[in-house]
Ligand binder design. Sequence first.
Ligand code: FES
Length: 606
Amino acid sequence: MTYQADTAFRVDFEPIGRRAEVVPGETLLAAAQAAGVGLVAICGGAGVCGDCRVRLVQGELSSATGAERELLSSQEREKGFRLACQAVPLSDVKLDIPPESLSAPQRLQVEGQEVEMEPDPWAVPVDIEMDPPSLHDLRPDYARLQDAVEECGLPRPSAGLSRLIDLSEQLRTQGWNVRLALRGGEIVAVLPRGTTLFGLAVDIGTTKLATYLVELAQGKVVAKAGAMNPQIAYGEDVVSRIAYTNQQRDGRKILQEKVVSSLNDMVVDLCAEGGIAQDQIVEAVVVGNTAMHHLFAGLPVQQLGMAPYVPAVSEALDVRADEVGLVLASGGYVHLPPNIAGYVGADHVAMLLASGLAEAQTTTLALDIGTNTEISLAVGGRLLSCSCASGPAFEGAHIHDGMRAAPGAIERVHIVGQDVHLHTIADELPVGICGSGILDAVAEMREAGILDRRGAIQDGRPQVRSRDGKPEFILAPAATTGHGRDVVVNRKDVNEVQLAKAAIRAGIEILLAEAGISAESLERVIIAGAFGTYLDVSSAIRVGMLPQLPIERFRQVGNAAGAGARQMLISGKRRLAASQLIRRIEYIELTIHPGFTAEFLEAMYL
Ligand code: FES
């Protein structure tokens, strides 16, 4: 079928009831993005992740591409399933979006350790009362305020232009009786007297964003929120996002605006929940891996994508919130803690602070597991760190029936005899399998003899069948699932888990070797990060991702990076501790480490 070049087609997204118009040639994914439909598209539309599945209910689409023939079974294609990033409307169309293709709602890790410490925030409140100007006192408003601050025994403050633009009106509206937020001698906010000052702690993960609204004087979290990192639509991992900025003019600007805009939306929601005004937020601390840090700050990332992978900046930065587009108090600042290396960022620094690794007296290993896994080892006063590319398998990506941790995702698997017992998030009918589920599945399949040591699926079980000549294990048969399709684990899925766990285990072994100790010497193992919170430690040990140690030595701490960001938000001393910490770290670059390949290959076995 041909179409008129000037025709616009309507795309209806059901059951969420959104509608978009597309010009001919635009994909369903572009339509979804235009309609604000949170379709999972973790390969950024490259046709490799298979996550952007939709079902055609009505209308006509372009013929299936090679990627669709590869990623969708013939039964799925017969039922009308398509990949949104591949299919182009040839008429008005109506689509059904299965729950596993929607990026929300899903479990977003914002919980973590509580922060208990004496707050000594960078921005402090100072109440000032002044006489208004008169014919006998013609001092300008700014000088009048500076004089009043000096009269309180404080140094004469400064103020940026954006503060001065509002100053005259604010002083008059408040009757010359105001509360200032002073940050290192600079006025960052002028508020009604008695107003409470707040700060914002942010953890920008490659996949997820976590934000915390914190009362600065008490260090109390009054609201928190998680969301998907919207940059996911431009690439699932750091490497593909760096590639996007290389290929796309303005790519860096687009990614910067996307993440800042999401954070601004979250700030609005947090303020509504906390019952405060946005201009009460006078300070933010933002942590993320080095690429997320650079993309947030608008710094170049090209050099992070090529050897020797150096950051543009590793020192701590203090930038004006309006310079990066974050909407806080008009003079508010964003503190960006230091990065360690190109692939070990401020989020790991924050995690090390929060987990007390810097001060650890015991031999402690700390891991922050994600698409990139950062690992640190504290031993005998030394602090060694490395980073490994563990890939997105534990986010449910690159897995045939993988999905993010959303309702209906299989998160626990237990195989007893011939029976497979599953537990899904929110106890809904299974529609896919998330990271902790696939790890469990591999561990249980290995234990039940369904997988051999190399990860090959063994025949001879009722749940093992052949598809296109390749064996796969039916975890949940179609009759028991929420979408009427089997949920399976195939050889490629097992291989993805092997690659991810081998990278992590090789990183651990290299750090132990560099420190000259064995795994048995580890007194504590701290596991942070969203996936790390939900993984079953015994499954991770059984597949060989973690060393064989007594289970009580492991501690799962939730979003420790978020907790570290909160520490640095409420405490100047913790910011200094972060700067001292990175000077102590011995960073090991795994890609050039002579022992890495051998450790990695050894760790591939189950
Ligand atoms: S296959 Fe469509 S976004 Fe990945």
